[in-house]
Design a protein around this ligand. Structure first.
Ligand code: ADP
Ligand code: MG
Length: 544
């Protein structure tokens, strides 16, 4: 098609726009951050194309972002000389939502107690934030592909958009917002400059407002650690993670061997996956000499580290590498190994340096460490060391590592014992623990079936077998109190009782045994195979 046409938005987009247009919001100025970040993305992509592609439309245009404000006409225009969009790309990118972002965002808005539309960028639908302040948005775009014609897209955000051809456009994208009556302030230069400073100060391209250049800051990760202030780190974190608070952890490092890497990684304070609002996308961008190669790279870290935000820059990545060959690239595998190893080492250092802070980390991010320990064999041994448990010898709120347990094991104790239960109270009321109280042997408490899965897969830690206390064979150290000085059943009485129990319980049990581990409780159910009760429950559920 070449003529002008009107098209309906995809249903998800309509729903999203309806929320964006009608919701009350305090931070609507973030629309500008979203548009500038799209412009910067488009420029980064262009920079990449310049290195790899011969023919680029308007090859001499400077790479920059220009804002033109018309206070009297109540419009704001933002122009970039980036990669641009073809007609099809306009329809695809600004009319449909291909990824799961919008669904997670709706769910978040519907269920969250704080209805914060400003998180829109984190869900990958940032462009539509323009409709928070504009009642009409017009996009002029011309692709870097010299063959493609310039196009115009326009919409009032209510249900459809029009798409047509436009003459005389230079490469890149110009977005014109007709500001709503209550949003006229966004045509004021001082307001816009303040917002740019606040949200976009690390954009690595010149930004001009009505012809005047706004100061931006250089790529922090390439700087020397000693030259970066804590405030700069925090600002950078806010920029790359679309965050509003400080990060919990920061790791800035460079290595020369086996690969030259500059990396700046952050752990946020919290994340929405923990609350059940969808799955986090990877948060680390891959650069080569400040040129973006891959945004939110899936290759640079294992999936279970998807909560990390940051930047990895390696000079050794060839720029003209395609994504397909990158996936198999041995180079990337090497990068991933170095960065993962470095990050896990960092976590374990933090855990001993500042246990309280590590506890905060564990509270919100344990699910990822466990996911890794359960699924990623290569890192299991490192990850179990980062796991923390409640225990029979730890006070309320205190957490124990396997290492702590082993260090304070009784001399004649051979194994590491653990028990699963939903809460500390339930576990401590359990008859399984009776013998351990009596013998003063520490038992670790696990709260989730995945804990038991990990421990049983692990089998042993530092040469000590990991044993669930509901196993029949405990192999406890012997003690003087083992034979209670009270009346016991005669052989005949025991056999009669056992026979009756077998008759009543039938196939539910394998055998009835006389036990030495009980004192106050008359009987307990034990496991003979290597699956703990919590894992059996999990398997039963899976089989249903
Ligand atoms: P995201 O940036 O997370 O992908 P957005 O809703 O902000 O989500 O943008 C959707 C898509 O529209 C982008 O991925 C990009 O392909 C395209 N796009 C938006 N703005 C521009 C622009 N200025 N230049 C080129 N493409 C753009
Ligand atoms: Mg965006």
């Amino acid at each position: 098609t070449t003529g002008t046409e009107t098209r309906e938005f995809q249903a998800e987009v309509k729903q999203l726009l309806n929320i964006v247009i009608h919701s009350l919001y305090t931070d609507r100025e973030i629309f500008l951050r979203e548009l500038i970040s799209n412009a910067a993305d488009a420029l980064e992509k262009l920079r990449y194309q310049k290195i790899t592609t011969k023919e680029i439309a308007d090859g001499d245009l400077p790479l920059e972002i220009t804002l033109e404000l018309d206070e009297d006409g109540h419009t704001l225009a933002i122009t970039d000389t980036g990669i641009g969009m073809t007609r099809d790309e306009l329809a695809e990118n600004l009319g449909t939502i291909a990824h799961s972002g919008s669904k997670a965002f709706f769910q978040y808005l519907a269920e969250g107690d704080k209805k914060d539309v400003s998180l829109i960028g984190q869900f990958g639908v940032g462009f539509y934030a323009a409709f928070m302040v504009a009642d009409e948005v017009t996009v002029f775009s011309r692709s870097y592909n010299p063959e493609a014609a310039g196009c115009i897209w326009t919409s009032d955000g209510t249900g459809s958009y029009t798409l047509g051809e436009a003459e005389g456009l230079k490469r890149g994208t110009k977005i014109v917002l007709r500001l709503k009556e209550d949003a006229h302030e966004f045509a004021k230069a001082d307001v816009i400059k303040r917002i740019i400073k606040q949200y976009s100060s690390f954009v690595p391209f010149a930004i001009l407002v009505n012809g005047e250049k706004v100061d931006t800051v250089q790529a922090l990760w390439t700087k020397n650690k000693k030259e970066v202030t804590p405030e700069e780190y925090t600002e950078f974190y806010k920029y790359i993670a679309n965050a509003y608070d400080e990060p919990l952890f920061k790791l800035h490092f460079s290595v020369d061997a086996p690969l030259a890497i500059n990396a700046l990684l952050f752990v946020p304070k919290d994340h929405f996956e923990r609350l059940g609002f969808g799955r986090l996308e990877p948060g680390v961008n891959l650069y080569c000499r400040k040129v973006l190669i891959q945004q939110q790279s899936k290759e640079i870290l294992p999936e279970w580290l998807r909560f990390i935000k940051g930047v990895v820059d390696s000079e050794e990545l060839p720029l003209n590498i395609s994504r397909e060959t990158m996936q198999d690239s041995a180079l990337l595998a090497k990068l991933r190994k170095v960065i993962t190893g470095r990050f896990l080492k960092f976590l374990s250092e933090q855990a001993s340096k500042d246990p309280e802070k590590y506890k905060e980390f564990w509270r919100n991010f344990s699910m990822f460490i466990k996911e890794g320990a359960a699924t990623d064999f290569a890192y299991r041994n490192d990850l179990v060391k980062l796991m923390r448990f409640e225990s029979s010898k730890a006070g309320e709120g205190e957490l124990v590592a396997l290492q702590n347990y082993v260090e304070r094991m009784k001399e004649d104790q051979k194994h590491i014992y653990y028990i699963n239960g939903p809460t500390r109270e339930v576990i401590e009321a359990s008859p399984y623990l009776e013998i351990f109280w009596k013998k003063e042997i520490e038992v670790l408490y696990t709260n989730e079936a995945v804990d038991d899965y990990i421990l049983s897969q692990l089998g042993e830690f530092e040469g000590k077998k990991l044993v669930s206390v509901d196993q029949a064979e405990l192999d406890l150290p012997e003690g003087e109190t083992d034979t209670p000085d009270r009346e016991t059943l005669s052989q005949e009485q025991f056999e009669k009782l056992a026979g009756w129990l077998k008759e009543v319980l039938g196939k539910k049990i394998v055998e009835v045994r006389e036990s030495k581990r009980l004192e106050d409780n008359p009987a307990i159910v034990l496991n003979q195979d290597s699956f703990t009760s919590s894992m059996q429950r999990m398997m039963q559920m899976a089989n249903k």
